[in-house]
Design a protein around this ligand. Structure first.
Ligand code: 5GP
Ligand code: MG
Length: 179
């Protein structure tokens, strides 16, 4: 795996430190919450971020899992985001925090937020580890953002290329011949 990596953009230590800061922000935001927080991670890219984040959050919460697929193997646009598994917990009247790995074109978050709205939660906020500001449209924003990165395809810390590299501990760019 290591030999496929061209360069590391964000190290595991930097990730850990930033996730600490994000957890503090999120905890402050929901500190007086009596409506029961539901975290909705978008599978599978958010799993490592999620597992680090939730263990730093002190409040009671439930998880509601959803999967949105872009196209398998594609490194570029998630042309039409498609919801392939629906939410498995009741979010009506609850505070919802959507967690995703990366906000790129915004299609994924737009779709997920629309679907969640239909189920009448009390609030919907979003936390993303990474954001590519060059492409993010003005109407799809994230309330909590870990890092802003340039518009290049990254892997590691949960993010894959064609299913691989999710277990690489840093955020990195692959050597060109591996895309
Ligand atoms: P959006 O719908 O905002 O264009 O894209 C969000 C989804 O596309 C992310 O959840 C992620 O699955 C995928 N994606 C976008 N950019 C990257 C990237 O640089 N690397 C990886 N591995 N996935 C990405
Ligand atoms: Mg994703």
């Amino acid at each position: 795996m290591e030999q496929d990596i061209d360069r590391i953009l964000i190290t595991d230590r930097e990730l850990a430190q930033r996730v600490d800061e994000m957890a503090a922000q999120i905890a402050a935001c929901y500190s007086d919450d009596d409506a029961g927080l539901i975290l909705v991670p978008i599978l599978s890219g958010s799993i490592i971020f999620l597992s680090d984040l939730i263990r730093r959050l002190p409040m009671k919460m439930k998880l509601g899992l959803i999967t949105v697929s872009s196209y398998a193997g594609a490194t570029t646009e998630s042309n039409a985001a498609e919801l392939v598994m629906d939410l498995n917990v009741d979010i009506r009247g609850r505070h919802v925090l959507v967690v995703d790995d990366i906000l790129d074109t915004g299609k994924t978050l737009r779709l997920v937020k629309e679907r969640l709205h239909q189920r009448a939660p009390r609030s919907i906020r979003t936390a993303v580890l990474l954001r590519k500001p060059s492409k993010a449209p003005p109407d799809v924003t994230a309330d909590f953002v870990g890092f802003e990165i340039a518009d290049e395809f990254v892997v590691g810390y949960g993010l894959d290329y064609d299913g691989h590299y999710r277990n690489f501990p840093h955020i990195a760019v692959l050597k060109e011949e591996h895309y």
